[in-house]
Design a protein around this ligand. Sequence first.
Ligand code: FAD
Length: 400
Amino acid sequence: VNKARIVIAGAGYGGMNTAVTLSKKLGPNDASITLVNKHDYHYQTTWLHEPAAGTLEPDRTRVKIADVLNTSRVNFVQDEVLEVKTDEKKVMLKEGELEYDYLVLALGATAETFGIPGVHEHAFTKWTLNGARQVKDHIDAQFANYNNVEDKHEGLLTFVVAGAGFTGIEFIGELSERVPELCKTYDVPREKVRLFVVEAAPTALPGFDPELVEYAMNLLESRGVEFKINTPIKEVTASGVIVGEGEEIKAETVVWATGVRGNPVIEKSGFEAMRGRVKVNPDLRAPGHDDVFIIGDCALIINEEINRPYPPTAQIAMQMAKTCANNLIALNKGSTDLETFKFDNKGTVASLGGKQAIGVVGSRKIYGGTANFMKKMIDNRALFILGGPLLTLKKGKFPF
Ligand code: FAD
């Protein structure tokens, strides 16, 4: 039998959910399904600010792929995707290659540096599980060093977050919550620690409701966070960041969160892209490539209401996975009548650490404990969709 070969690259929100749906809806005689991912686990990218700041065990954010995916239906390959050769219908891996009839690219994002010098050399840019562990270990080491170095130079305990978007705010929320405990553990006077958020735009959390932004900033400031808004970073150096007109903030820890671009594999493979993201057709296929779906952070879809792209989120990635799986099933049946992707915005909630959060759900603004409860529910829901009640009980966030 000539079964279609479906290859899914990336086991994040987009890829994992596509693979799980296909494994349930396609029979063994319908298609062969292969999932390729760098690690043998899936991690919750949306939780990474917590292990990065050290407020959650890194293991809580990851799920072994074999524990949630029926591996007798889906062939799992642990490898790194280097490039796609669309004309040969091949995915080139570090250790081999995969041939496909249909491909789903769901490789997530990488840091956007806007060409600012020194970012890759001196800032932490990797929002991955290993990247998060590296940030946490570095923070702990800075505190541990404090009482063991003669020269308590400026910058030793200064932590700069570049970017006051969602990720930057969620990270500083966790870190600012943890600082008192770090000071206690390592015998460091609290006033020796400085926390900065530097943002080029005229406001923190651009695009968010101004009242909620104010709530978040006031709360974070009460924990000692200093905001530098309207302040572009010009350069990152070994000793800190150069901002605005040349002022230097001395800091040995710079965490980069100024937004993302699509995985470099997209551009390397010759897809036409804007900041590494492909403006996909309404059925989520890449223009000119009827056999390639691109979903999640590598895909770009315009919000017609405001004529701007939807921000890359887990929420949209999971919804795309659903449409993508349905369309693959249709194609596999020989149908050309494909579903059009439509984003159903269920709202946005940002955590601020310490049982605090802000958000918009429907048209309702929520704060504090209510928003924190919602945030945990959203996190648990993602687990539920992926692995049902068992996974939710095992890895979920309880009590609220
Ligand atoms: P990902 O979930 O990132 O998955 C990509 C996968 O591909 C990973 O498993 C990775 O290991 C793998 N991979 C990458 N490169 C390769 C390669 N070359 N070869 C093989 N495998 C590879 N969104 C929300 O909706 N709500 C939130 O509250 C929220 N909070 C966030 C907080 C933080 C700290 C961060 C960093 C992001 C947050 N986001 C949030 C955004 C959200 O995490 C992303 O939009 C989402 O993860 C995108 O899903 P994806 O499937 O495209 O990629």
